[in-house]
Write a protein that binds this ligand. Sequence first.
Ligand code: MEV
Length: 420
Amino acid sequence: MIKKCSRIKDFYKKNCNERLNILQQFAELNSSSVELLTSSIKNNAFVEKMSENVVSAFSLPYSIATNFLINGKDYLIPMVTEEPSVVAGASNAAKKCRSTGGFNSIADQSMMIGQVHIINISDIQKKQALIQTHKLELLEIANKKDAALVAIGGGAIDIKFKQINEDILIIYLVVDVKDAMGANAVNTMVEAIAPDLERLTGGKALIRIVSNLAIYRIARASAVWSEQELGSELIEKIILASEIAKIDIFRAVTHNKGIMNGIDAVAIATGNDFRALEAGAHGFASYEGLYKPLSNYEKDENGNLVGKIELPIAVGVIGGATKINHLAQLSLEILGVNKASDLAEIMASVGLAQNFAAINAIVSNGIQHGHMKLHCKNIAVNAGIPEDLIDLVAEKMIAKNTISFDSAREILDLIKSGKI
Ligand code: MEV
């Protein structure tokens, strides 16, 4: 047998078909596997321009969450997620707070932070003062790199400092990136000012990059779920669950994962960088030294449940994948947003809705109750049930209340033998 070798010269220079041929030979793919890869990219040819070494496009469900009333306006919200019950949960949570006005949400302006870590500096205090006296020049150098951003009122606006040890100084460049996510603009700017910072400090710029801990780009949302809607017992349970998340990090992480289920799904649908959001959210959750839940629940004076959420949401409505991916563009059109802060407000609301839905389910019938019902079609597919029988098998599993591969196959046998 010929030993396979993954060292392929200039793979990235080849076209999609050539890469596919190489892959086919390496992985010994049959023609239907190749057809699967080829057909997936046919209607999504733009993906080839989005990354390197592309051979196909990968599909995920594109769903619409309903019932959202945010800052007095109704929204249908595109969400891309493979996880059953996320969209249903968000829609249900949004429905349950409509009578009390839906979500109120507000996002900060789009300030991002870039960092330059200068090492090997002597007499840091003096050098910091020197940088301070050259602050305007440095901002000008940064802003020369993005005239278009400056023209619309954005750009680098401030420089801050932190000394982390005897000879390392962090320089923070604060940039108003307006309606972009902003990582590219900020990275270009910090790289542009680094040589001058080296000159002024006599040190060496080791790191020059955006920070995903976007603490000046916080989005906040709140909603009220009435006592009439939920009942006082459920409200007490949700508040207790939220308190537990404050003192149990194992719960807090999962609590926040539920929030990000919603936020990431909107991020993907709008072509935004969900990894940046994840990093920022979890960093913010532990910003004060203790990892905390990103939301909080309490009762108002009428016994209603008030939910609040607060986290950095650095998203854009221009540039990057939002522009190249046609579906991402369409998602923004469906949402009717053209400002990054509007999108952040929607996403904070979806995060809160998702979190409410998850806690509500957990402290009531348990997450599996609703989750498995929605999951049973997946189970039927994975159990090898023919496509035309998936709905029927899923329905029968729910009726029997046994949702598993074995149950799906047993039901298939019963259908085949005419017993059901
Ligand atoms: C599952 O994807 C998310 C949940 O675990 C969130 C939570 O526990 O709050 C249900």
